[in-house]
Ligand binder design. Structure first.
Ligand code: PHE
Length: 455
């Protein structure tokens, strides 16, 4: 992003090019959500049926909500609270922005802990933990002993939070985005190589069937809720991230194709990750499908010794995963910081460090929730946070954003803004149908199911 001085909130930078925006937004979208959370949710929710609902959700709802966020952001050129204010002054709708700030801080609090795990695994891999005879028993033990050690985890968590806060405080996202351009394609190539190996392991077939052959008898409100939650989480929707990123877009850009590319890249990475995890899990048995947050950390290291040069692959993999997580953590922190900078005229540094510190405090229970503290472990504190903020709150945010774009601002005005950079909006009727009816109705229905799931 071409930014003015980080302390000059009045000067609003813009992305250097359309491609720069697509990379930045993909950097936000692609992260632990694709590689850690997606396989975990697939494993907990019946496999292929979840994948199917997820893909439909991205295509017919996620894309529409993303376009709505981008267009609100670009039109107003403001942070989520300011953006809603600009369109509907003095209304309660700006609550969408406040909800987004809260959600962003809460998601970041546990997200950065898991990002810290990725860095910890990088260190372990360098140290040779996954060389030689790696069994699922070993990887399970390693995961438990690592995540239950609060001192180790704390170091990596602080590192991740510190780095994120530093980057946001300096407003040096531009540098990070330049890396994203190079590193995300490398991550993708790496995933393809690992998937190719996983798919050719003897016994991989069962995993492929689990991942690709939907069992329709497993379809339920719960599956739809988690699949939609995953779609919003993975695409960074429902809390104003894309609104904020859209606010740095110049008017001439084509929002429709940008949104399309981000949805496409993001899903591609997630789906590819599944092609590594499930074939490996079935070919080298011992890990349970509902291993939860440990799933990926326990299964991935099993594949490294199976390929020539696996040691280097392992290192590269966890290094890139850490970078992918970092481009997401900065986008999570950017939402609250942009609010304090734009609306409260705080210096960027103050906003970043204060928000970073609050997030750090909120993250401590998550650090302790994997064995270190009995109570937090028993209530599955991290799982609860992820359910409330990563599923429910994002879905609720996406609902409000859809209603706001479709009925409060109005489809006509939104379309005028979308079409200012894109005179031939072929998908126009699809978008209008989705944002007015499909998205609100589906989200209302799934939120209704929460009662049965949570209770
Ligand atoms: N989309 C990110 C990921 O998949 C996480 C995220 C969620 C980032 C919400 C910003 C907002 O890892």
């Amino acid at each position: 992003m071409e930014n003015g001085s980080p302390d000059a909130p009045a000067e609003r930078g813009h992305w250097g090019s359309k491609l720069a925006f697509i990379f930045a937004a993909s950097g936000s979208a692609i992260g632990l959500g694709n590689i850690w959370r997606f396989p975990m949710e697939v494993g907990k929710n019946g496999g292929a049926i979840f994948v199917l609902v997820y893909i439909l959700g991205v295509a017919f709802i996620g894309f529409a909500v993303m376009l709505a966020e981008l267009v609100i952001g670009r039109y107003s050129q403001k942070n989520p609270v300011g953006a809603i204010q600009a369109i509907k002054p003095g209304s309660l709708w700006k609550g969408i922005g406040y909800l987004g700030i809260l959600t962003g801080v809460c998601i970041l609090s546990y997200y950065a802990v898991v990002a810290g795990w990725a860095v910890g695994y990088l260190v372990k891999t360098v140290g040779g933990a996954f060389k030689g005879n790696v069994t699922s028993k070993l990887t399970a033990e390693l995961f438990t002993s690592f995540t239950s050690n609060p001192f180790q985890v704390m170091i990596f968590f602080v590192l991740m939070m510190g780095l994120t806060t530093y980057i946001i405080s300096r407003g040096v996202k531009a540098g990070i985005e330049r890396w994203t351009k190079v590193l995300m394609p490398i991550l993708f190539v790496l995933l393809i190589i690992l998937a190719a190996r996983a798919l050719t392991l003897p016994g991989a077939g069962k995993g492929i069937a689990y991942y690709l052959k939907p069992d329709f008898s497993l379809l339920s409100g719960k599956v739809i809720l988690f699949a939609m939650g995953q779609a919003f989480f993975s695409l960074s929707l429902g809390m104003g991230t894309m609104m904020t990123y859209g606010s740095y877009l110049p008017k001439r850009d084509n929002l429709v194709s940008s949104a399309g590319w981000v949805c496409f890249f993001d899903s591609l990475i997630a789906i590819t990750a599944g092609f590594i995890i499930f074939p490996t899990l079935f070919a080298i048995p011992g890990t349970s499908l509902d291993a939860g947050p440990g799933l990926v950390f326990q299964v991935l290291p099993l594949i490294f010794p199976q390929i020539p040069g696996g040691y280097v692959f392992g290192i590269l993999f966890f290094a890139l995963l850490s970078v992918a997580a970092l481009t997401s953590t900065i986008s999570l922190l950017e939402v609250p910081v942009a609010y304090f900078v734009d609306e409260r005229n705080w210096p960027r540094k103050k906003a970043a460090w204060l928000m970073g510190f609050i997030t750090f405090l909120l993250g401590i229970p998550t650090v302790l929730a994997f064995g270190a503290n009995k109570f937090l472990t028993k209530i599955d504190f991290q799982g609860k946070m992820d359910f409330i903020f990563g599923n429910v709150s994002l879905a609720f945010g996406a609902l409000l954003i859809s209603i706001f774009a479709a009925y409060v601002w109005g489809v006509k005005k939104a379309l005028k803004e979308i079409e200012s950079g894109n005179p031939k909006f072929v998908l126009r009727p699809v978008w209008v149908f989705s944002i007015k009816y499909l998205s609100p109705i589906v989200i209302i229905i799934i939120l209704y199911f929460i009662k049965t799931i949570a209770g």
